[in-house]
Design a protein around this ligand. Structure first.
Ligand SMILES: [Zn+2]
Length: 291
């Protein structure tokens, strides 16, 4: 092997090594959420991303009340953006809305957790990004209500009705519906989620949406979407309505789903194996956020 060829090969090897080692850049956006625990849940999600060893994480916080003309995150600097906004959040500046739309449609990743699907009922592109949403006046005009029937078929119900509801909090079984997707691959078909709100009757454009897992709602007597992916242009969106409280996010099922969903949204694949303390069909499993 001549010296030039050896040098070229060495540089390619170095480039591959540095590419493999380069962390993904994640951004968590927060600041207005009807869930008062949001500073704690942002800290938990930041830690969960960092614990994978795959991400460096920045947090940008919107002004606490009203619209914030200075809220202009540089979405394009990141491979995944996590929304920890909630119900009643003030509309973002037009420039910021356009920036998020362009970022995702050009291939950026977006993660939507719990009440982030309550935000911005009148932002048309946001509703297409999240696929399904709740509250804020959402109804049949927002799009169909998606659920699984008793035979395991996805139903797109266009009948009139409100979008977004939940009953009392409780532990519930999550049922994997598409075991081949990298986010849920290797999970038990059924696993017990820690105490949480079980969102039901979510409605939205539901374009290019895949429901990977559901949970049976005692309230609606239907299987409601719990883990979803949405394609928006070239971008990937991971959406879970789980995560009402800190104890809900301590669930190893939530943690694993969130870490894998974020990696998939950022890169299109999942490298994290299943943890050994994952919940079973009969027993939930949690890690204390205080450890
Ligand atoms: Zn909630």
């Amino acid at each position: 092997m001549n010296v030039v060829r050896a040098t070229v090969l060495a540089s390619i090897a170095m480039a591959c090594l540095s590419a493999a080692a380069a962390p993904q850049k994640a951004l968590i956006v927060d600041g207005q959420n009807n869930h008062r625990c949001w500073p704690a849940t942002t800290a938990m999600m930041k830690r969960y991303l960092e614990e994978t060893g795959l991400f460096t994480v920045d947090v940008i916080t919107h002004a606490p009340k009203g619209e914030d003309p200075d809220f202009k995150p540089r979405f394009m600097d990141y491979t995944v953006v996590v929304s920890n906004f909630g119900h009643g959040a003030a509309m973002w500046p037009e420039e910021t809305r356009t920036a998020l739309e362009q970022y995702v449609s050009n291939g950026g990743g977006l993660v939507v957790v719990h009440a982030a699907d309550n935000s911005f009922p009148n932002w048309e592109a946001y509703n297409r990004m999240i696929g399904l949403g709740g509250w804020g006046g959402r109804n049949e005009k927002s799009g169909p209500y998606l659920y699984f029937d008793a035979d395991g078929n996805l139903v797109r119900d266009t009948k009139a009705g409100p979008g977004g509801s939940h009953g009392p909090q409780h532990e519930f079984v999550v049922v994997v519906r598409d075991a081949t997707h990298p986010i849920v691959q290797g999970m038990p078909t059924m696993w017990m989620h820690a105490k949480d709100e079980l969102y039901d009757s979510l409605r939205g454009p539901a374009e290019n949406i895949t429901v990977l897992a559901t949970a049976f709602s005692p309230k609606t007597q239907r299987h409601e979407p719990m883990i979803m992916t949405i394609d928006f242009g070239k971008g990937r969106v991971f959406h879970t309505p789980m995560g009402h409280e800190t104890y809900s996010m301590e669930c190893v099922g939530f943690i694993t789903t969130f870490q894998r969903g974020a990696e998939w949204a950022a890169t299109g694949s999942v490298t994290k194996p299943m943890p050994t303390d994952f919940p079973s069909a009969d027993a939930s499993s949690s890690r204390s956020a205080l450890d």
